[in-house]
Write a new protein. Structure first.
Length: 367
């Protein structure tokens, strides 16, 4: 009943001239991920480290408007509809998401919300929003990442780095004094029907590089291992499982967590059954990034796909191409950080985020 209705409502039809026959037409859906950087509310929560980012009402509205503008335009080069599925991180609670989806730029899309509170001491969570008329959620769960102080390592080559943004320079503020567990974000798994076809999405925000890349790398490798276990479990249920795992991984496409633990491949032809394809690898080689740090770009925000999504079967939802959404209005144009992503400032000026969003297009042939 609902599926029949979904097929009848508006979907974008495009001709794909470069890769396919000119007389073929395809439906397209955009799937995106965006780190919203400190999307907090106007209330100081005594149980989280949100003191520096408690917005007044004007600031919150400006931040919300900025985010809504970006979300409404992601992928608009090939799809005039805003993304059907959007993974989000660094959101404080469900309330900020409720306000966001009611923003004038998004309200007509009728986004649903999947969100869980995570144990992260900053009070930031992962979430997923979706257009209800195209995607029907069938299940969702938050999966805790259990990591401990002993999982970090110190090397002779790398000393603990000092923080430049006011955050602690190590994980002490996030660590339970008794159990030594480091509290971080859960991984969010959402499964549903995209116009009748089952697809799963995992939203990630892996442990930061606080203290240095080498010291903290084992934590992200454990996050990748958990990710792989989740996807392997989906593969056991359905060997043709279509899964997109996305997020701010705090690692690049060629770091151990992504390349070795997940085993993601740069070229489609190298992806074996039950394997993973990472379109961000080739982008990274071209110097494309989503986050600037010390005048260098990193591609920490990634979207990785399971093998069934890259098969040349256009009778079902199939990966077409990926991108980084980095329009001119999202850049800092003056000052020390000219050329960086236009982010919030500690002086209360509202930007967008210190990250650029990433996206993929899924296509399906229209018969």
């Amino acid at each position: 009943m609902k599926i029949k209705h979904l097929l009848a409502v508006f979907t974008v039809i495009l001709s794909v001239n470069s890769a396919f026959s000119q007389d073929k037409k395809f439906k397209v859906h955009t799937v995106a991920f965006y780190n919203l950087e400190n999307f907090y509310d106007t209330i100081n929560d005594p149980d989280t480290r949100d003191d520096e980012w408690v917005y007044d009402k004007t600031q919150f509205k400006e931040k919300q408007n900025n985010i809504a503008k970006v979300l409404s335009e992601i992928g608009s080069g090939e799809n005039k509809n805003s993304p059907t599925i959007i993974g989000l991180c660094e959101v404080e609670n469900r309330e900020v998401l409720e306000a966001l989806v009611k923003n004038p730029k998004l309200i007509d899309k009728d986004y649903g919300i999947i969100h869980f509170d995570s144990p992260d001491r900053r009070g930031i969570d992962n979430a997923l929003i979706y257009q209800k008329k195209y995607f029907v959620v069938t299940s969702y769960v938050n999966i805790p990442l259990m990591i401990y102080e002993k999982d970090t390592k110190t090397t002779k080559k790398e000393k603990v780095e000092k923080s430049e943004n006011g955050e602690p320079s190590d994980f002490s503020a996030d660590t339970d004094t008794k159990t030594k567990r480091i509290y971080t974000r859960d991984q969010l798994l959402v499964t549903g029907l995209l116009e009748g076809e089952e697809i799963s999405f995992i939203v990630n925000h892996w442990p930061s590089r606080r203290g240095g890349e080498a010291i903290s790398s084992p934590l992200r490798e454990l996050a990748a291992n958990l990710n792989k276990k989740v996807i392997d479990s989906l593969y056991k249920i359905n060997p043709n499982a279509k899964v997109i795992t996305m997020g701010d991984l705090n690692d690049g496409p060629f770091n151990n967590s992504v390349k070795k633990v997940l085993g993601a491949k740069e070229k489609k032809e190298d992806v074996k059954p039950f394997g993973f394809y990472n379109p961000m690898m080739s982008m990274s080689k071209k110097g494309i990034g989503t986050l600037a740090y010390r005048d260098a770009w990193d591609l920490f925000d990634q979207m990785i796909l399971t093998e069934p999504l890259i098969r040349k079967d256009y009778s079902s939802w199939t990966y077409w191409k990926a991108g980084v959404f980095n329009k001119p209005f999202m850049y800092q144009t003056t000052g020390q950080y000219k050329g960086y992503a236009l982010r919030n400032s500690l002086q209360g000026k509202m930007g967008y985020s210190d990250h650029f969003p990433v996206y993929v297009y899924l296509i399906k042939e229209v018969k």
